[in-house]
Design a protein around this ligand. Sequence first.
Ligand code: BGC
Length: 718
Amino acid sequence: MDLQALLGKMTLEQKLAQMSQFNAVFLFRDAGGEITGPAKALALTEDELNATGSVLNFIGAKRMKEIQDRHMQDDPNKIPLLFMQDVIHGYRTIYPVPLGMGATWEPALMEECCKMAAKEAAVAGVQVTFAPMVDLVRDCRWGRVMESTGEDPYLNCLFSKAQVRGFQGDMTGKYDIAACVKHFAAYGAAEGGRDYNTVDMSERSLRQDYLPAYKAAVDEGVEMLMTSFNLINGVPSSGNKWLVDTVLRKEWGFDKVVISDYDAFREMKKHGYCENDYECAYAALEAGTDIEMMSNCYVKNVKQLIDEGKISMAQVDKAVMRILELKDKMGLFENPYGAASEEEEIKFNLCPEHRALAKKAVLKSAVLLKNDGVLPLSDNIAKVAVVGPFADKGMIGAWSCGGKEEEAVSVADGIGALIGKTKVKVVLGCEGTAKEKPDAKEIAKAVRLVKNSDYVVLCLGEKREYSGEGNSRADVTLSEAQKTLARSVVEANPNAVAVLFNGRPLALSDIIDDLPAVMTVWQPGTEGGSAVADLLFGKENFEGRLPMSFPREVGQAPLYYNRMRTGRPPRDPNDNSRGYESRYLDCLNTPLFPFGYGLSYTTFEITPPMLDKTEMNRGEEIKVSVKVKNTGSVAGSTVVQMYLCDRFASLVRPMQELKGFEKVWLLPGEEKDVTFIITEETLKFYSANGKFEAESGEFNLWVSDSAEKGESVTFKLN
Ligand code: BGC
C-alpha cells in the first residue's frame, strides 16, 4: 500500500478520525441507524464516525466482520478499522491473572499463554491487545495489582518481554496480534494505593525502578504504547511532553503508535491541567499521543490549533502515518478481517490443548504459604467438605475478556473429578463480601458437614470485583464472616487446608495461626479447580514463589523487599520493642511472607555462594556458584535467587535487588550446580552523575530461596 499517496488524499477531518477510537457500538449507531447515547453526547457527526480509525470492546468474529463491513462501506478512503480489546490473561480460555503468572517465575510459560490468548483473540477479530500491563506495584491496596507481575523491576522486565513475544510473535504469523504496553508511566505508584491517584516521584526512582519494564517492551518491538491516567510530578501522562516525546520517542526511539487511556484526554481538565478540550488536544498532540481513546478533543479542536499556527499539519501527518503503518504491517489493507473466523473460534476456544496449558499455568502459579503437615491429602478417603464462598465458583478473575465462570472448573468440581463426585460435599458458609458479618446458622451447617468429613478444603479470599480497575481497598484482610467460618470449621476438623483466591497480597496475620495449611491460587481461571485438586492431593508439587511481599498489616503498605535502608534500622527485625528505631509500635517491619517465598512438598538445601574471585576490574566478570539439593522425598522445583546490595554509592542503593534466578527441578536426593555471572552491567544504576553506571566499591551478595534470607558474601569492583 502506498501510504504516502493515501495520506495525501485524506482531508484533515479524515486524518483526525483516524486519530480517534470509540466503542464498537458507536459504529452501529447503537441499535438503529441514529446517532444516540454516548456517541451523541460526544457530538460526533456521521462523517466523523464513518472515518473512525479504530474501535474497542466488541465480541466475536461475526460481530467484528459486520462492523468492518459496515465501516468499509462508509469509509471514504476505504481504510480498514483496527480492532482492539483488553486480552489480559486469556481470551476465552482464561489462565491465572498476571500476578499469578508472576508467581511462576517462568517468563517462557507466560509467553506460551499469551500466544494461546492471541490465537483465540485473533480468530475473534482482535488485532491489538491492550497488554502487557507492566506497571511496577508496591502497594497491595491498589486494585490493579492483579494485572501486574509484581514488585520487582528485574522480574517485570522479563515478563514484559515475554508477553510481547507471546502476543506478537514476529507479527507475520496468522494469529499474531499487536501488543500495546501500558500504562506509561508509573500508574502503579498511585499515592495511597488508590486507583487514578497522583504519582510524585524522583526522576531517579522513575528511571531506576518504574520505566525499565516499559522500555523492555519497547526493546522487544512492541507495536503500541498506552499512556496512563495519572499525574507524574504535576503533569498528566496524556499531555506529558517530557515523558512521551523526550523519553519515549527521542531517548528510546519509539516511533510507533501511542494511544491514550479511556477518556484520559478530557480528564486533564479535571486534573486541573487544561481548561478546555482545545487545551487537552494541544497538550496531547504536542506530547506525541497519536490516538485519543473515547473522547473527541482532536476531532473537534485540531483544525483550530492548525489555523492558529499552534500545531502543524506535519505533526498530524506523523501521527496518522504511524497508525496507517500499523494497519499496513498487519495486512489489513489486503484483508480487513485479519484472522477473524467463526469456524476457528469454535475450534480453538477452550480446546483441550488450551485448557491443558491453562491448567499447567495454575499448577505453576499456586504458592504454598504454610503447611503444618496436613498436605498432601490422601485420596484414600471417604469424604471431603469443600467450604467457603469460593467452593463452587470464583475462578475467573477481573479483566477476563470472553472468559465465563460457567466454563471454569470449580474447586468442588475439580476434587470431584479426581476422587469421585459423591465424596465431595459443599457448604458455602458465607457470601464472601467485604464487610460481611458471620452468620451463625450457615456456620453451624458448615461445622456439621466438616465433623462428618475426612478433610476440609476452605475456599476463602476476595471476590473478583474487589480487585481490578478502580477497585482499591483500604483493608486487605479476610472478612469477619470468613475468619469466623474458618476458625469454627478448623476447630471442628483440624484436617483443614485453606485455598485463597485473591487478586492481591492479603494481610493474613490475624488468621494464619488458626489455619493448618494455606495456599494462594490467585484468580486462577478456567482450570482453577482441576489444578487445585491435583495440588491438594499431591498429584503435582507446588512451584510458585511470591512475586510480591505479603504484609502482616495493611498499614505496612507500600511494602517491598528492595527498599532503601534507614539510619535507624531495627537491631533485630523480629523485635519492635526498642524505641528510636524505624519501626511500628504494633507490627514488625518484615512481611508475613517475603518476595520470592513459597513452600513445596519437598525441601531443598542451597549451599552458601562461592565466588571464583572476590575482586573484579571493569570488563571482567565474577562467577557465583551454589549447589542446590532436593533433601526431601518427592521430586520438585525451587527458584534459586541471587540478590545484590551495593554497600555504599553516590546515591543510596536498596538493601537488596534481585539480579538473577534459576528455576531448578530435582528428583529426591538429586543435586545440581547453579551459576550466575556478575558483570559490570549487573552493577549499574542511575548514579548521582545522572548516568547509568557501576561505581567502584563493595557489594554484598546472597543466594537464597526468598528475599530476606541467607548469608551474604562480599566482592569488590575496582
Ligand atoms: C483501562 C485500560 C484499558 C482501557 C480499555 C481503561 O479504563 O485503564 O487498561 O486498556 O480502559 O478498555
